[in-house]
Design a protein around this ligand. Sequence first.
Ligand SMILES: [Zn+2]
Length: 815
Amino acid sequence: MAQMKNILLTIIILFSAVISAQNKIYRAEEEKINDLIHTKLKVDFNFEKSQLNGEAWITLKPHFYPTDKVVLDAKSFDIHQIKVNSVNVDFNYTDDELTIELDKIYKKGEEYSVYIKYTAKPEEVKQKGSEVIKDAKGLYFIDPKDEDPNKPTQIWTQGETESNSCWFPTIDTPNQKTTQEIYMTVPNKYVTLSNGLLKKQTENGNGTRTDYWKMDQKHAPYLLFMGVGEYSIVKDSWNGVDVNYYVEKEYESVAMDIFGNTPEMMTFFSDITGIEYPWDKYSQIVVRDYVSGAMENTTAVVHGENAQQNKGQLIDNNELEGTIAHELFHHWFGDLVTTESWSNLTVNESFATYSVYLWFLHKYGKDKADAHMYNDVQNYLQSQSESKDLVRFYYDDKEHMFDPVSYHKGNAILHMLKDYLGDEAFFQGLNKYLTDHLYGTAEAHDLRLALEDVSGRDLNWFFNQWYYGSGHIKMNVTYDYNTINNTVTVNINQQGKTFKFPLSIDIYEENEKTRYNVWVDNVQNSFTFSFTKQLKLINIDAKHVLLAEITEKKNLENYIFQYKNAPHYLDRKIAIEEIAKHQQDSKDAFNTILKALNDPYYELRMLALEKIDLFQKYNKKAAISKIENLAQYDKKTLVKAAAINVLGKLIDPIYKPLFERGMQSESNALVGSSLTAIYLIDKDAALKKLSTLENDIKENLADAITTIYISEKDKTNLPFIARHVLKGMFLTQNKRTQQLYTEGFKWISESDNELAIINLTDEFVKFGFKYKRYNFDKLGVNMLRQMVDIQQQSSNQNKNELILILKTGMAKLLE
Ligand SMILES: [Zn+2]
């Protein structure tokens, strides 16, 4: 599963304390009494009631000990009939568990078949003990009665963690594996998607069609999938394997821009794992109202609707690319070899997360990969999860395993492991791990054993520290110079837990760099190095591979040298941030920021643009001409847009033609920043332009336009503002944006504009649903309650209607 994009850092910080309660139940791998072998399903759908009519033929065998019964998970079913080997049998159905008496005692290796005729009622599912996803109902009907003109009718499923037993009877644990066949009967106008190959389609003559999907390779029950809806299927391929993209019709023309790198990723992941993509097709489908970011259902990956980006967004940046890599890599780590328990989720999710780094490195180079890793590490550091082990045997709810520790921290840990072992040993170790457990399950120790076997090194210390332990390295670094002996002593002082780790130190004498590799394994460690020429910089963790918080003292001169000489993305990023603070009083500082405007990595060019101070005494002219140049000729539209933002703030009419040209661009970012810039020079011209824009173009430029509307206190556009205000309040880390949007929010709260109140309430419900993991539902209820109070005290004539709307939203969030 991929997490939601743009994780709400604000919300994590506010609410993670609520989530971190610890439970004392030891969460072991589920005992295997019976093993699934095969699952055959025949289903059709009751759109009126949002129910599924099903027949299931489940083939099983005792795992080891003889048994005369089988217990299946089946949540909120009506059971109509059960047979074992074609004979009716007794059963007991309570508490979402179906206990079936077999016709005799079965021994190890003896297969039997259970037939179940049932109705699945997903709307009645109540998952035991799950606070986080109260509605983990497995099977979702979207606008099933076609009542919403803005929503297509769709059906889709979400199995992870244990929700597929809401639509078919199974043993719903990750340590079971089954092959499958599904017959899905649907109205003719819909297409279907499931795992494996579409073997046959039969017209039934009554307006319906039955699609027969079959997969001969076994996989875990949570990976079974069904999707139904009206889609364009855009066809691609890889080495003779069908690769398909299911998108809504209007996105057919951009499907290749969104998903088109998939085949190249399949080649890359096949190469690095040494195991050719093992499944018989690869489809990706975009669904409405999805409950997570994306899901790696075997050969039938689901993406949420934010996957469907328009051309203007895609020109700026394909936000989905990392998620596409993540779900694809699960087809090795997760689908082919599956975690034996949710406690060991790292063997699925940390690898899927790390695949994005590996793909970016391969496709776009080290800077982009390193920038991505840095963001992942920040995500972990800000999540207040220092007390959580990566492999966690104690948790309240299995859903809590899908957190920044399993994803982002695990990713950083794999990165350290690869650095410690070297690429060759690391990837050969992964190959051994996968090969040893092909179509089976594994735990973190299996990974250790495979890597130990290949490398010949003991890794207990590493796994005990990073997999079965918590926290990360925190060190303070000081230097003692001995000018008589020409030596420097680097003192490493660890705070909190003492970690053991290899440390790379680069020492720069003049422009000459020497790399030293040392081991740190104590609270205090000192290392002495000699030098002959002038010392310019000591770069600690020069490879930037450690999951560490490092405090050290460097002066401006060090940072300027660092920007110019140290190669890593982080060396340059940190240097730009520090140097930017001194632009008012240091010409060297200003000139270094000026130089950073031409940094080879585009995000650092954007950072320099954000930081450059044009209101100081130095070479302003040269700076401006460089920025003009970026605004016109940079190869990344995001950099052009950032440059226009800077020029816009100069409020100089000379740039109006440049901004007007920017308005003609295909890039959303460029049009947005140009519009904002025109607004700053000539409000009327900008507002006039704005009023002529088509609605769908306005949606593309929502950030820029909402900002203008709020700044203008433009009441006629309150409903538009209402639809975009939460994003500016919670999805950005820019303080000024947060303040402005909070003003917009207050303004809507006090207004009597019914449509604006409806839109804002809908947004709270949407956000609450989407970001439940971060307790946004609770935040939403509180904020809606505040809005009710404000209305109650207001003199708005229609306040009773408005309060009713707000309370209905609260009730939805509390469901
Ligand atoms: Zn995942």
